[in-house]
Write a protein that binds this ligand. Structure first.
Ligand SMILES: [Zn+2]
Length: 281
């Protein structure tokens, strides 16, 4: 499961300088050195002739400034990168980039994307400007403020005896199943969202809801909040608008599951560990 280091200090104050570790994006693709993908000081990019178009301070970690950089003007076409650099979506860097750099890149892309999509006021359409001292943009005309969006979503692993409930989303990779998940609706608690989503997606009632953990998930701006729960009643009846399939799986006969670094995988692994002490009946 990926999370930024606990001693990472967010900051609004940092500027782009040669020694700052730069998280450079074109569109939603992270630009790294092809040979050795890791966060590099801005100097490396600058010396290759790369020009920053938008810059956001992220924060400090282990004495280094970390800064998000976008290479794109608002309506620029596709960028040609100098040799030695490679641009790829964040998910494609999973397993190549170390976890700390990846977790900070996940902060960077959310800030850049929020900034890019809030240049104009949602109420009156006038331009917005950065508010000094806050991670916010304010409308130059009606003064409405916007902050980086975070959309809470729930995930739950429901068990019945030794069996684990997993579903296949409509757009999952072939053969992949995972814990059920869904977004929290306006006015709902996270616990209510879990009960509702499970009921809606598979027609099952749950009990013994227990918090598992949470993970920031920048695709595009979720906070995934994960739970364990027990089956309380009902048989699987999927909502075909939400799921392609759902089944109870024995721990010994699991389908394809999400890769390392996702909270879904951490939740599945923790449930498997819990069930290993559970005698089969
Ligand atoms: Zn406005």
């Amino acid at each position: 499961m990926i999370r930024s280091p606990d001693d990472f200090e967010p900051s609004l104050e940092l500027s782009l300088h040669d020694d700052a570790l730069a998280y450079v994006f074109t569109g939603d693709a992270l630009v790294l050195a092809e040979r050795e993908p890791r966060a590099l000081p801005w100097r490396h990019y600058r010396m290759l002739g790369i020009e920053a178009v938008r810059v956001h301070s992220i924060g400090r970690h282990q004495g280094r400034d970390h800064v998000a950089v976008s290479l794109d003007a608002s309506d620029a076409g596709e960028l040609t990168l100098p040799p030695g650099l490679r641009a790829a979506g964040l998910r494609q860097w999973f397993g190549e980039l170390n976890d700390t750099d990846l977790s900070i890149a996940m902060r960077a892309i959310q800030l850049l994307e929020w900034d890019r999509t809030h240049r104009f006021c949602g109420a009156c359409g006038a331009r917005t400007e950065h508010m000094p001292g806050e991670r916010a943009r304010r409308c130059s005309s009606c003064a409405m403020s916007t902050y980086p969006r975070i959309a809470p979503a729930m995930m739950v692993m429901v068990t019945r005896g030794r069996q684990m409930l997993m579903g296949r989303g409509l757009h999952f990779p072939r053969g992949r199943y995972s814990a059920l998940a869904g977004f929290v609706e306006a006015g709902e608690t996270i616990e209510q969202a879990v009960v509702r989503e499970v009921r809606e997606e598979v027609g099952i009632e749950i009990c013994d809801l227990r918090y598992f953990g949470s993970q920031s998930w920048p695709f595009p701006h979720s906070l995934m909040i994960a739970f364990r729960a027990e089956w309380a009643g009902g048989e699987i009846r999927i909502d075909p608008n939400e799921l392609a399939d759902a089944q109870w799986f024995d721990p010994e006969a699991l389908p394809g599951i999400p890769p390392r670094l996702s909270i879904a995988r951490a939740l599945i692994d923790a449930t498997l560990a819990e069930l290993s002490g559970f005698s089969s009946r």
